[in-house]
Ligand binder design. Structure first.
Ligand SMILES: Nc1nc2c(ncn2[C@@H]2O[C@H](COP(=O)(O)OP(=O)(O)OP(=O)(O)O)[C@@H](O)[C@H]2O)c(=O)[nH]1
Ligand SMILES: [Mg+2]
Length: 455
């Protein structure tokens, strides 16, 4: 139990068929029972239909409830779920009554934080809950679900178990050095440390892709005016989002939408066409577009196949020479095969694709190149084993790996057991940080603050 009773709406605000309100804490069931006078004693984890009353008594709604007695609940403490009609007036009235009876509004992720503090979930699993809620692609969902089911925690638990048994032997040899007891075998300890180092190194291979899987990848479309940037943007989105017109300088603001390629989320941006201009609004648009391109993970530089490589386009392309970029030669329908424009591209043929935003020609190849040039094969561990470390887990596991590497070095120097025990403890502490056994309060605050309210 964590003291007080909390309440929140767990479904999105707004009109819906059903809204779910969640209460957790010592008063959760008592408050609900008081609001449903006449209801027979509720069987736990079973749905019950009943009217709920507010102060007065005023009928608030006819609802379906389920109560969960701790520890057999998500949070590990007494809790209840109310499925009411999805009207914000109904939801507000029920929550107000629950608060009037002594509960308080829950903060972001507070239910999951309580589940973590009750030992229902470890920190990797709690993070997986947030990932699952945010998931948009099948790959993101699969990884989150498997992490929630303990795929990564299980591997770390296995390392911890192995290290702990070795630590016991190493420390016994310090405490009982005079006595005839079982002690550690340096060769065996080295094998174990090297095996776990390799395993952690393998897990760390998923770190970069893991962060891309969660955060997404930013792509900015840029290039000369009228090259068909907005048409390409719309074609990649599959909807007419941006205004397209033959008038040069149509796009002014930076437009942003999400697309999915290969299980990853891409934040795609359309920007103003690059040109010398006396128009203040247009030049502000160009400035914003350049800023966006400067911060992007990948720049799609679009040129018009008919116009070819004009001096200005070449100069502008140079600005992005240091960026990860793909040259898109658009309007291929007007110059079948992209003409000489593709082969003469300063970015090289591999980084150039001829497309037609109008007919869709070349777009599949462009999508493939976008994926390849933004993942560099990093996704293989994620796609294969469905393991994807986040940055926090990566930092802690690298600390564990470094301690194990130092342990192997110390074993090579025949160092005393005291030093070996220090490194083993460091590795164990770092593993504990991943699963949350040894995570500091401020880390928990940061993790749970990113959750939505009601989860
Ligand atoms: N034939 C052909 N025309 C295209 C293609 N893509 C765009 N266009 C035309 O080119 C013109 C400019 O297209 P936009 O998509 O507005 O170009 P833009 O680069 O966004 O232009 P600005 O926002 O003004 O910089 C429009 O008339 C489009 O219909 C294409 O693949 N083939
Ligand atoms: Mg445009």
């Amino acid at each position: 139990m964590h003291g007080d009773t909390i309440v929140a709406l767990s479904t999105p605000p707004g009109s819906s068929g059903i809204a779910v309100i969640r209460i957790s804490g010592p008063e959760a069931i008592g408050i609900l029972e008081a609001m449903a006078p006449g209801a027979r004693e509720w069987e736990p984890r079973t749905l019950h239909n009943c009217p709920l009353y507010g102060h007065g008594p005023q009928l608030l709604d006819d609802v379906v409830t389920a109560v969960f007695h701790g520890p057999h609940s998500y949070t590990g403490e007494d809790s209840a779920e109310i499925s009411c009609h999805g009207s914000m007036q109904v939801v507000s009235a029920i929550i107000e009554e629950i608060v009037r009876r002594g509960a308080r509004l829950a903060g972001p992720g507070e239910f999951t934080r309580r589940a973590f503090l009750s030992g229902k979930l470890d920190l990797v699993q709690a993070e997986a809950v947030a990932d699952l809620i945010a998931s948009e692609t099948k790959l993101q969902t699969e990884v989150a679900l498997l992490h929630l089911k303990g795929l990564l925690s299980g591997k770390i638990g296995m390392i911890e178990k192995g290290l702990r048994s070795k630590l016991a032997l190493v420390e016994a040899s310090i405490d009982f050095s005079e006595e005839d007891i079982e002690t550690y075998d340096p060769g065996e300890l080295e094998t174990v440390a090297s095996t776990y180092t390799a395993l952690i190194a393998h897990l760390l291979q998923s770190e970069v892709a893991g962060s891309k899987l969660r955060r997404g990848i930013r792509i900015t479309i840029t290039g000369p005016r009228n090259a068909g940037k907005s048409s390409l943007y719309n074609a990649l989105l599959g909807e007419e989002r941006a205004i397209v017109s033959p008038v040069p300088g149509t796009t002014r603001d930076v437009l942003r939408e999400r697309i999915h390629i290969g299980g990853l989320t891409y934040h795609l941006e359309d920007t103003a066409g690059l040109a010398e201009t006396g128009c203040e609004i247009e030049s502000e648009g160009i400035r914003k577009g350049r800023e966006a391109a400067g911060a992007a993970d990948l720049v799609l530089f679009v040129v018009d196949a008919v116009e070819g490589w004009q001096e200005e386009a070449l100069e502008e392309l140079e600005v992005h020479a240091g960026s990860n970029r793909i040259v898109v030669v658009n309007k291929a329908d007007l110059v079948p095969g992209g003409g000489d424009t593709t082969s003469l591209s300063p970015a090289g043929e591999e980084r150039t694709v001829a497309v037609s935003a109008m007919t869709g020609e070349g777009l599949a190849l462009l999508r493939d190149k976008i994926f390849d040039f933004t993942t560099n094969g990093e996704l293989s561990v994620v796609q294969g084993e469905l393991i994807a470390l986040n940055i926090r887990q990566g930092i802690a596991l690298r600390r564990a790996m470094e301690a194990l590497e130092r342990l192997v070095a110390e074993l090579g120097k025949n160092s005393p057991a005291e030093i070996l025990s220090l490194e083993l403890r460091e590795a164990l502490d770092a593993c504990g940080e991943v699963t949350g056994k040894s995570a500091a309060e401020n880390i928990l605050d940061e993790i749970f603050s990113k959750f939505c309210i009601g989860k």
